[in-house]
Design a protein around this ligand. Structure first.
Ligand SMILES: [Zn+2]
Length: 264
């Protein structure tokens, strides 16, 4: 399954992942998806200036790594091809194995563009792992065992602050839970509603629309039918897996398109 395929790619240092101790990988650089349980929403407490100064440059100088950065202008920078790496962003292995890390650029309140993007990142990440719920977590006792137990208790789909897991000032009060929690819940609910059955239903409905157009216009040649089908396929492919789908609106748009350009 694709993850943030539309984002700017800025690979994190390959070596900044997993745990290598005593000549062996205690934790691999990329873990099984079943080991992930949620995400930490960090504050970068500063700004980048690409291309001269990118998030991966900071990872290289600080010896850390995280999954994605949400820039002030709403751009999302993806640092791994999948959200299954064990990045070094939240302290010890208990949190780094189980939780993805997202950095919010800047020092002040999240910008409107950042809000839109963090919800999109959460929606795609939750969909990637099949988490259907978004749970605002809470402080842990910051020991590795305590963190492990807290993550288990919260379950899949937990969202965390760095300072709930580690001795740090991050996210400096910037995590806007009052705004994020309902926004993420709504987005994930919409996403979860788009089941394979819904996709089948969408295709059925759109095929019906095409057949109705065929009845209206009559006498399609084989090449015209193929053209209709390829347009329909293009419409279906263009549907973002993270976007809410209004089946009727999509079908009406396809029909309007055929009416404007009836395949002479
Ligand atoms: Zn942090």
């Amino acid at each position: 399954m694709a993850w943030l395929s539309w984002a700017v790619d800025d690979p994190a240092p390959a070596a900044n992942a997993g745990y290598f101790t005593g000549g062996a990988w205690v934790i691999p650089q990329e873990v099984d998806a079943a080991q992930k349980a949620g995400a930490v929403i960090h504050s970068a407490a500063g700004n980048w200036n690409p291309p001269g100064y990118k998030p991966s440059d900071l990872m290289r100088s600080r010896g850390n790594s995280w999954d994605a950065t949400i820039m002030l202008n709403g751009e999302v920078w993806r640092h791994r091809p999948r959200p299954t790496f064990c990045n070094w962003h939240a302290g010890g292995p208990a949190q780094n194995i189980a939780l993805c890390g997202f950095e919010m650029e800047g020092t002040g309140p999240w910008t409107a563009a950042q809000k839109a993007s963090i919800v999109r990142v959460i929606e795609e990440t939750w969909a990637y792992f099949g988490w259907a719920r978004f749970v605002m977590a809470g402080p842990t006792n910051k020991t590795q065992e305590g963190i492990r137990q807290a993550i288990l208790a919260i379950g899949k789909g937990g969202a965390y602050e760095h300072d709930w897991l580690d001795y740090t000032s991050c996210p400096n009060g910037r995590d806007d839970w009052a705004w994020l929690t309902p926004a993420a819940i709504a987005a994930i609910a919409e996403e979860a509603d788009m089941t394979p059955e819904d996709m089948t239903e969408l295709k059925r409905y759109m095929t019906e629309q095409v057949l109705a157009i065929k009845r209206d216009i009559n006498e399609f040649t084989t090449s015209q039918v193929l053209a209709i089908e390829s347009r329909l396929a293009a419409r279906l492919d263009a549907l973002s897996p993270s976007a809410a789908v209004d089946i009727v609106a999509v079908a009406q748009a396809v029909r309007a398109e055929f009416e404007r350009d009836p395949l002479k």
